[in-house]
Design a protein around this ligand. Sequence first.
Ligand SMILES: [Fe+2]
Length: 137
Amino acid sequence: MHLPTAPIEWKTEYNVNISFIDEHHRKFVEILNRILEINNEASCGHNISEAFFSLVYYAEHYLIREQMYLKEYQNFQYHQDLHNQFIDRVTRFQDDFKKGKKNICSDMALYLYEWFENHILNYDKEATAFLKEKGHN
Ligand SMILES: [Fe+2]
């Protein structure tokens, strides 16, 4: 998978039409675009702590909130496992950065871009069908 060279622009097809989920996803794209920018500017070392801060915020506020709404979803356990793997991975990026590992910004940008494509546009979309049935909008 290759990283996009320009910032990701939100497309209407990304919407799941449940307002709080769309809001989370747009926020994630903002964070991802910032990390792509940092990576392109090669200013990783100076700006990466801001990126970690945003990702922790995303996990605490958005992933956890999503889970609260998805408790009765048939694939809840699997979905929660994916969220936990995401949190573990971000923590590992943080540890690796502290240890002085190279290429953290580019590795992380790639991982987050994959998360956008695989999780947000795929698993979350699937899960939100469940919320739609429950009458969320
Ligand atoms: Fe999710």
